[in-house]
Design a protein around this ligand. Structure first.
Ligand code: CMX
Length: 141
């Protein structure tokens, strides 16, 4: 059901500072930025120039009581999630539920660039917050 690693999500306090650090230090380019009110984040997707593989997602909180706000409070900046790409998130969610894993949402919600997302609770996935991403039809590659 999983086709690839889609992205690794990193919590940051200041999105613009982090984008600049990744560009100047590692040469990664921000290909997409957006605000997701429901998730309480401002986010950016970064890639190495010309690379169509897994991306780095920088996540900055819109509010202190958001998932990223709480993560920063507890841990400081760092890796917050690992996201796997799936072709059918409804089937993937059902398969994992059948194995006894807790999915955080009853139904997928809206993620980056119109994708559909859900999460496996980190306590059911070896301490890793696992995101499932079904890209929007026009974004799949
Ligand atoms: N990675 C690994 N473990 C984590 C974690 C993370 N990101 N976040 C919390 N935990 C651990 C905590 O350390 C804690 O462990 P202990 O009990 O051993 O101390 C436990 O999980 C807490 O679990 P909880 O009380 O059920 O939940 P929290 O209030 O800490 O929230 C979570 C955690 C995953 C439910 C919440 O962050 C969430 O709903 N995440 C999904 C949404 C999200 O992350 N959105 C931002 C990204 C948006 C996007 O990708 O587009």
């Amino acid at each position: 059901l999983i086709t690839s690693v889609d992205h690794v999500g990193i919590a940051v306090a200041d999105l613009d500072q982090a984008i600049a650090w990744y560009a100047e230090t590692l040469g990664l380019v921000a290909t997409h930025t957006e605000t997701n009110e429901e998730q309480g984040v401002r986010e950016a997707m970064l890639s190495a120039p010309g690379d169509s593989g897994a991306q780095i997602q920088l996540l900055a909180p819109l509010r202190p009581d958001s998932a990223i706000g709480k993560f920063l409070d507890r841990n400081g900046p760092g890796i917050q999630q690992l996201a796997y790409r799936v072709t059918d998130i409804d089937a993937a969610s059902a398969a994992l539920r059948n194995k006894g894993l807790r999915l955080l949402y009853d139904e997928p919600r809206r993620g980056t660039a119109g994708s559909r997302i859900n999460f496996v609770h980190p306590k059911d996935a070896g301490g890793v917050l696992v995101e499932l991403v079904e890209p929007a039809a026009d974004q799949a590659h």
